[in-house]
Design a protein around this ligand. Structure first.
Ligand code: 5AD
Ligand code: SF4
Length: 465
């Protein structure tokens, strides 16, 4: 999935304050799935009497929902824990409760080690056991330091409450919905198969039920989430096998649900039915995040991606034949062990051939326990930095070119939130861009037809068409 790729870094989630209840501050690092998980944890805690706060100073419980994808992401957690330790000391002097919890992928990957390195931590809880959070906190209150990182035998989603309508409504008109978790692909650089476990798909009925609750609370756009979302497989109502395409067709039938997206996909799971869905389904937005990671066949093989650069390009051609206006997004890693200048040129060649509307690129970061960590021919940091800079310059140029190509064009925009100026609203284009416009007599949740007038640094400007 697209860890860190939305720039959703350490975002506290705003919620109402209660008077006498306990308060939780949740800090979310990493990918969209963590954003979704934080909401689900907040809902589980609400049942337990906690209200969410944006102010860490008034929290009785601080929960870090962590990311392990690159070393830097994991290290951030330990520096945050250092600051929390000092805070806890002050609180204890005042005789006030202050519980520190670590959730997410660092919790799963490092478990016990967190309790050793950070003695102030009270609870470590992995992504598969979030439904046990209330019990874990009860044990903490009984004086235990709790670690919950086993893969639960029960389905956590069966035990995690969905928030009531008013609370869902307060979260806006777009929503994430996890349909699949885990990964069986074992790319040699990646920790996900170890932190999120093997591929598991949520059943159709659970997904439909949650989607309908979201739509009932005003949600107009749902993004289906999964580390390998297009590997989602389950059984349809007549016992037939469903893939992601069938699920999308079914979701598109929900009245009021106008837009569907899904992320992140693996090129190997992009089947004909799914490509066909991009041709046929109006609700399916013309935007696809399909990481290639690298362009050289030698490096792709060393990464265990199990496809070539050519195969990736042919796949994109088929997708674009089905849906000519589709915008492509991708992830790239530079400086994988053994990457030569020529290998890197092959990555640039893929970028030139695809023309990405959006992309995320990273220096290779050695992750303990992955096969990549045992490779000896590591690329020096300065070479990685130089390659990343060149790659990002190209990707940024393509992103700007894409935005520029939309000026003068008309499109539908889903109005999402108030803009900076009175009377302004911010909407979302089919291609996931923010669109600013003066929107009189319109409300959040409306889909309106606009003409793009100009581009800004990270957004578009539009007038009603
Ligand atoms: N080093 C650098 N980037 C990585 N990613 C995954 N693992 C690593 C790593 N060890 C990137 C990939 C993936 C994205 C979510 O993070 O590009 O698609
Ligand atoms: Fe990681 Fe590869 Fe699985 Fe994506 S497909 S989560 S990059 S192992």
């Amino acid at each position: 999935m697209t860890q860190d790729t939305l720039g959703l870094d350490a975002t506290p989630i705003a919620m109402a304050h209660g008077a006498n209840s306990r308060k939780v501050f949740i800090k979310t690092y990493g990918c969209q799935m963590n954003v979704y998980d934080s909401l689900r944890m907040s809902d589980a805690l609400a049942k337990d009497g906690y209200v969410q706060t944006e102010d860490m100073g008034e929290a009785d419980l601080v929960l870090l929902n962590t990311c392990h994808i690159r070393e830097k992401a994991a290290e951030k957690v330990y520096s945050a824990l250092g600051r929390l330790r000092d805070m806890k000391k002050l609180r204890e002097e005042e005789g006030r409760e202050f519980v520190i919890g670590v959730a997410g992928c660092v919790a799963q990957a490092e478990g016990e080690e967190i309790l050793r390195r950070a003695p102030a931590v009270d609870v470590v809880i992995g992504p598969q056991t979030y439904h046990r959070l209330p019990q874990a906190l009860a044990r903490v209150r009984d004086g235990e330091r709790v670690i919950e990182t086993d893969y639960a035998v029960e389905d956590k989603f069966e035990h995690l409450p969905v928030a009531e309508k008013a609370k869902l409504r307060s979260r806006g008109v777009t929503a994430f919905l996890t349909v699949q978790e885990g990964c069986d692909k074992f790319c040699t650089f990646c920790v996900v198969p170890y932190t999120r476990g093997s591929e598991v798909s949520r059943p159709v009925s659970q997904i439909l039920d949650e989607a309908m609750k979201l739509v009932d609370a005003g949600v107009r756009e749902i993004t289906l989430l999964g580390q390998n979302v297009n590997a989602w497989r389950s059984t349809g109502p007549k016992g037939e096998e469903w893939g992601l395409a069938e699920l999308l067709y079914r979701l598109a039938e929900i009245p009021g649900l106008a837009r569907l997206r899904y992320t992140t996909s693996h090129p190997r799971d992009m089947d004909d039915r799914l490509i066909e869905a991009h041709r046929e389904l109006r609700a399916l937005m013309p935007y696809l995040h399909l990481p290639v990671q690298a362009g050289s066949d030698r490096i792709l093989k060393a990464m265990n991606r199990r496809h070539t650069g050519e195969e990736y390009l042919r796949l994109i051609e088929r997708i674009r034949t089905a849906r000519p206006d589709i915008a492509m997004s991708g992830d790239f890693i530079v400086g994988f062990p053994g990457e030569t200048d020529q290998d890197f040129e092959d990555t640039l060649a893929i970028v030139e051939a695809v023309k990405y509307a959006q992309a995320f690129s990273f220096k290779y970061s050695t992750r303990p326990g992955t096969p990549g960590a045992d490779l000896t021919d590591q690329v020096p940091e300065d070479v990685k930095a130089e390659r990343l800079e060149r790659l990002q310059a190209r990707l940024l140029k393509q992103q700007n070119d894409f935005a520029q190509s939309l000026v003068g064009k008309t499109m539908d925009v889903l109005l999402e939130k108030p803009g900076r100026m009175p009377g302004q609203l911010i909407g979302r284009s089919p291609w996931l861009q923010s669109v600013n416009l003066d929107a009189k007599n319109m409300k959040i949740g409306d889909i309106i037809h606009v003409r793009i007038t100009a581009t800004g640094p990270n957004s578009l400007f539009a007038e009603v068409a």
